[in-house]
Design a protein around this ligand. Sequence first.
Ligand code: HEM
Length: 222
Amino acid sequence: MQFLSSSVGRKIVMAITGLMLLAFLVIHLFGNSLIYVGWINAYGEKLHSLPPVVWAFRLVMLCVFAVHIYFGVTLALENNAARPAPYAVKKNLRATFSGRTMIWTGLLIVVFLIYHLLHFTMRMTNPDISNSLDELGRLDVFKMVVFSFKNFAIAGVYIAAMMAIALHLSHGVQSFVQTFGLNSDKTIPTVEKAGTGVAIVLFLGYVSIPLVIILGIMNYKG
Ligand code: HEM
């Protein structure tokens, strides 16, 4: 418990839960990319065919997400309340835009996630296009995604959310490295580049899906 009341202990929890959320983003992007090879409906069916595994996974991720948010908010509030330190803290990352906006991009991600779950998982926001079955009797995830992103407003919301995620991640990866003391004056530029690199790769991967649909490169031929 003493571990969790120290700021270092809580930063370590933030780093570990952040890494688990990043792992989820990578796996989810891999799953979503199956849309390019026509396997997204099969993938959706496979996921839903294992309810105990899916629910165990959801429960774990929900706890991880809740812990990450709780410690993120409390650390941010404490940082805001703290008076400037009387001594210079060396080897700190620069106060970048992504760093200063962590709490806001985090909040936007929570709002997006609620919308995203209502949209694609519970299929409540657009039931007209979200509950069709394909010719094999599986949920037509392909149709749901394509018809959704043909709508500029929906695609815009996703692209804006991906920007918030990219900003959040670019600082998050750097903080992770800093928390474990892996940065020095020499490595800070590399750490900053690595954070930006991870954020850009995930951003491009996720945004490519609404983009190819808006541009008409990917279409539903049902
Ligand atoms: C272009 C971007 C995205 C697309 C096309 C997409 C697509 C989907 C689809 C189709 C599902 C429903 C899967 C199913 O029930 O069959 C889903 C679920 C989900 N997505 Fe996304 N997603 C995107 C971005 C994101 C992002 C950025 C996050 C995280 C911040 C995210 C988090 C989730 C979560 C937590 C679920 C629920 C998984 C579950 O059922 O337990 N998604 N997504």
